[in-house]
Design a protein around this ligand. Structure first.
Ligand code: NAD
Ligand code: MG
Length: 328
């Protein structure tokens, strides 16, 4: 494993040159503000009729239409939703300087060939392992969110150096930047969010809630048990791994964990994880997701509505409304 830290960073090649951030959502806002506070020359590229334009200006940033914003940039960072990057790339590519760098926070568009970068451009990835809000907050507190770095094309011979300077500018080098490839970042990121972080976890919560409620227990008690308390466990895991969690939970909880956990995540669940990974690797997931977007996202909306209408959402909203410390 290759991990870079602040002492490996040389920002000299980037300091007096322009960095353009396309998009001002979760990652875009955090990267733009952190880079500006680190002393870099930042321009944000947004649609004039979009909701973020006024916000970026109010934050004190230079804002232009994407095609104007990319002119003269040493780095153009694509921080819009993955599914709009292809069209955005097509609309700005002719205005991007020869020898500039295209930078991504997730490898999807390049890895699945939605974008086939112009041959004179460096192409790299700086993927923070955390949402934008955290990338900004950690930076402001003098820390950073760890990042992955990957170089897809190094035409200038400076690609890694430039990408690390960018990572340092957003605070990532303070926590460490691990070298990877576009394939590894894209495939592991998709797998993590599908099987474990978002998909796996929420299905586990909902299934646990349904099991208790169907057995006649009160939904409010079930909610506290399977949703609310999850944060306490996740915090322990985040801070100190399995060992720290086991140190703080009761012996009874630990014994239950050890004997019952493998019965839930059993061979069938592991086989499902393997086939999810295989469909990410062979491009099936990407193809389906791109087709869903092209069709106007009918299945996405249907499934999302079903998720948000689940009874756990109603119980949860009521209970959270009574915990005023959650509203802060
Ligand atoms: P987002 O949905 O929060 O923000 C999207 C922004 O893009 C909007 O604010 C809008 O300003 C802009 N936008 C949308 N369409 C546009 C267009 N046609 N032209 C110009 N601007 C447009 O996006 P995000 O979650 O920050 O994701 C950005 C990238 O970062 C993605 O590649 C994503 O995979 C990656 N990423 C996200 C996270 C995360 O936690 N959100 C973490 C790591 C990497
Ligand atoms: Mg991720």
């Amino acid at each position: 494993m290759q991990m870079y830290s602040e002492s490996d960073v040389d920002t000299s090649t980037l300091l007096d040159r322009q960095i353009t951030i396309l998009g001002y959502g979760s990652q875009g806002r955090a990267h733009a503000l952190n880079l500006k506070d680190s002393g870099f020359d930042v321009v944000v590229g947004l649609r004039r009729d979009g909701a973020s334009w006024a916000k970026a200006e109010a934050d004190g940033l230079k804002v232009m239409e994407p095609v104007d914003a990319v002119r003269g940039a040493a780095i153009v960072a694509f921080l819009t939703p993955d599914m709009v990057q292809k069209a955005l790339y097509a609309s700005v590519i002719d205005a991007i300087d020869e020898g500039a760098m295209l930078l991504f926070a997730h490898g999807f568009a390049v890895h699945f060939k939605q974008i086939e970068p112009r041959a004179d451009l460096d192409v790299a990835l700086i993927a923070p392992k955390g949402p934008g809000g955290l990338v900004r907050r950690q930076y402001e507190e003098g820390h950073g969110v760890p990042c992955l770095v990957a170089v897809h094309a190094d035409v200038t011979g400076n690609a890694l150096k430039m990408a690390l300077a960018y990572a340092s500018g957003i605070g990532g080098a303070r926590a460490g930047v691990i070298e990877t490839t576009f394939a590894e970042e894209t495939e592991t990121d998709l797998f993590g969010e599908q099987a474990v972080l978002c998909g796996g976890t929420t299905e586990l919560i909902v299934a646990g809630f349904e099991t208790l409620v169907e057995a006649g227990y009160q939904p409010e008690v079930a909610y506290y048990e399977v949703m609310h308390e999850l944060k306490l466990i996740v915090d322990l895991l985040h801070e100190g791994g399995l060992r720290k969690m086991h140190k703080f939970i009761s012996d009874t909880a630990a014994w239950g964990d050890l004997v019952s956990g493998p019965r839930v995540v059993d061979d069938r669940a592991r086989a499902a994880m393997k086939s999810i990974l295989a469909e990410i690797q062979d491009g099936t997931f990407a193809r389906n997701w791109i087709a869903e977007n092209e069709a106007g996202m009918p299945e996405f909306r249907k499934k999302m509505n079903a998720d948000l209408e689940h009874p756990i959402e109603k119980v949860g909203a009521d209970l959270r409304g009574r915990m005023d410390w959650l509203q802060e």
